[in-house]
Every structure is written in structure tokens, then in C-alpha cells.
Design a protein around this ligand. Structure first.
Ligand code: PSU
Ligand code: MN
Length: 318
């Protein structure tokens, strides 16, 4: 890699020493997003969940790198104190929700910014981190066919593997799947033939391929890289049994929240955080418990894939 390039990256990205060392050694790292902390869950459950997710990644054998913008600095690998700091900002407007279009603003204006799936993918790709674990990706909003999350286009143009439980049913799932197909995103069902819909094991839509273990997923990632495709890969992992909710309850809460958001005139980037908060209220916190369990599970699966990929890469290099 050219020196000028390293120099540029040094200024742009701020790595924790552990992440820097692990990446230099070709070890397994899993990126984690920060919007789920500031705009997805309330304090203090957001901090507890973020730390539990980091522990789950470690239990899978990889090093967790939570990503955010702190005072205008793109930070790869937040400390526990930094996660606590961001967590306390949840619910207010002191931290910018950073998708693709927002990243330059937060950097140039020296702000604190929480990265969405799209924002995290961009920074993870710059940092050469392939695996990224989260809960649910953004999608096409129900009844608003032009409110398409930037997450979907990011998956089409940034080579990162996103491990998630699909999308919440606050979204139009068939339309979301169509957009992912147009964007050229391979959807892998991890041990399942149908696309999981967050709290539910399936939404009746097929995945592109079913793969049952980390090695098979690592081989698919390697094939995508060898082809030089610059698109991402979506690994859809069903929620563990203890995290699944009664499909009727989850569906009813999602439908009611979407209806209420329309009545209240909520739209744009405020829409997803508003819907997530409302679903927690309507399910009396049950959706939050489920959310936390599946986030940890996805962290563990992403770690296992990252370990497998680093083994393949090391063996092909030597
Ligand atoms: N879905 C969830 N939990 C979340 C999000 C989505 O179940 O926390 C967050 C993610 O950060 C995702 C973002 O990238 O919301 C999507 O926002 P929008 O629809 O405005 O692109
Ligand atoms: Mn939107």
C-alpha cells in the first residue's frame, strides 16, 4: 500500500490500539454500528446491549470494533467509556444519525455522530473490516415507496458483509427484497431457506442461497472478492428461539406504529427511530428483550465467519 494512502487513512480513521494491531496481524475483527445505541434502544438498555454484543463477538473469537464519529473523528473501536457516553445521548438531538449523506457533515463540523448500517459500512470498508453485525437493516417504508433506506444502496456499492436478522416488519419486506435484488446484493439464509423478519423466523420470502456454517459463508465472501464485485453481502440469521415473539404481536405492533407515524406526520430520517421507540412501547418492552438477544447472537455468528475468513486468507497467503 502506498505511503500517501496510509497517511491519508491515519488522519481520517482513528483506531483503538487493539483494533489497529489485530488488523495489522490479519486477525478477525467484527464492526458494530452505533445508531442502534443512540436511536434504536433507550438508556441504559442500549449500553448494556452494546457491551453484551461486544462480549458475544469476543466469545465467537473475534475483536469487536464499535464505530462512531466522536467530536468529528471517525473512530474504529470505541472504549467502554465512549459507548457509555454515546448511550447517555440517546433520545436527544445532540448526536447526529449518520447515514452516507451525513458523514461529511459530522466530520467537517466536529460533531458526535452515530453511524447507521450505511454509515458503518462505509467506515468499515475504509478500515478493511469485512464483517459487520447488527440487528435489523433499513428498508422500504410501508406505504412510502420512495422512502428507501440508504442502507440498501450501500449494500449495493460497498463490499462489506452485514450479519443481521433481516428487516423489521415496520418495513415493506417484499419491496425491500426487490431493491436488494436490483442492487445486486446476495442474500444468504444462515441455516434457513426463507428470509427471517427480525422477531419472526420467516416472512415467507426466499433467500438466494442457504448456507449452514461459517466456512461456507467465508468461501462465498472470498468468491465475491475474487470477482471484484464491489457490492456487499447480507447474511440473514434467524433470531434464537428465546428471542422470537408471537408473530401476531410483533406484526400488530408494527402495523399500528406505521399507522400512527403517518397520522403524526413523521417522515424522513426521524421515521425509523420513531417507529422503533413506538414498537418497544406497544410491546411493553418485549421487543427490546428480543432485540438484545438477537443482536448478541448475530455478533457471535459474525465473529465465527470472521475467524473462518481469516483462516482462509492466511492459508492462501502462505
Ligand atoms: N432497524 C432496527 N434497529 C435499528 C435500525 C434499523 O431494527 O437500530 C437503525 C439502523 O442503524 C439502520 C437505520 O441503519 O436504523 C435505518 O434508518 P433509515 O431507515 O433512516 O435509513
Ligand atoms: Mn428514510
Amino acid at each position: 500500500m502506498a505511503l500517501w494512502y496510509n497517511g491519508l487513512m491515519d488522519q481520517l480513521l482513528h483506531f483503538s490500539p487493539l483494533i489497529e494491531q489485530t488488523l495489522a496481524d490479519g486477525g478477525a475483527v467484527v464492526a458494530l454500528e452505533s445508531t442502534v445505541i443512540t436511536h434504536g434502544l433507550p438508556y441504559p438498555q442500549n449500553v448494556e446491549t452494546a457491551l453484551a454484543m461486544e462480549a458475544a463477538v469476543a466469545s465467537g473469537g473475534a475483536v469487536p470494533a464499535t464505530i462512531a464519529i466522536l467530536g468529528g473523528k471517525a473512530t474504529i473501536g470505541l472504549s467502554h467509556d465512549e459507548i457509555e457516553y454515546l448511550g447517555q445521548l440517546a433520545g436527544g438531538d445532540r448526536v447526529r444519525k449518520c447515514s452516507r449523506r451525513d458523514l461529511p457533515i459530522a466530520l467537517a463540523c466536529g460533531e458526535d455522530g452515530a453511524t447507521t448500517v450505511a454509515g458503518t459500512m462505509i467506515l468499515a470498508a475504509l478500515a478493511h473490516i469485512e464483517l459487520f453485525a447488527t440487528g435489523g437493516i433499513g428498508g422500504v417504508h410501508r406505504g412510502h415507496p420512495f422512502d428507501i433506506s440508504a442502507d440498501l444502496r450501500e449494500l449495493g456499492q460497498t463490499p462489506v458483509t452485514v450479519v443481521s436478522s433481516g428487516a423489521k416488519s415496520i418495513l415493506d419486506l417484499p419491496a425491500t427484497r426487490e431493491v436488494l435484488e436490483t442492487e445486486g446484493v446476495t442474500i444468504v439464509g444462515y441455516g434457513v431457506d426463507e428470509l427471517p423478519a427480525f422477531f419472526a423466523r420467516s416472512c415467507g420470502l426466499p433467500v438466494d442461497v442457504r448456507l449452514d456454517d461459517p466456512r461456507a459463508v467465508a468461501a462465498l465472501i472470498q468468491a465475491r472478492r475474487r470477482l471484484g464485485l464491489n457490492s456487499g453481502t447480507l447474511i440473514a440469521v434467524p433470531a434464537p428461539d428465546e428471542a422470537c415473539m408471537e408473530p401476531d404481536e410483533a406484526e400488530e405492533a408494527a402495523a399500528r406504529a406505521a399507522r400512527e407515524a403517518d397520522e403524526a406526520g413523521i417522515h424522513g430520517p426521524a421515521s425509523t427511530p420513531w417507529l422503533l421507540r413506538r414498537v418497544v412501547e406497544l410491546t411493553e418492552g418485549r421487543s427490546m428483550t428480543a432485540n438484545s438477544a438477537l443482536l448478541q447472537n448475530n455478533g457471535r455468528v459474525a465473529a465465527q465467519i470472521a475467524v473462518s475468513l481469516s483462516h482462509i486468507e492466511r492459508s492462501t497467503r502462505s
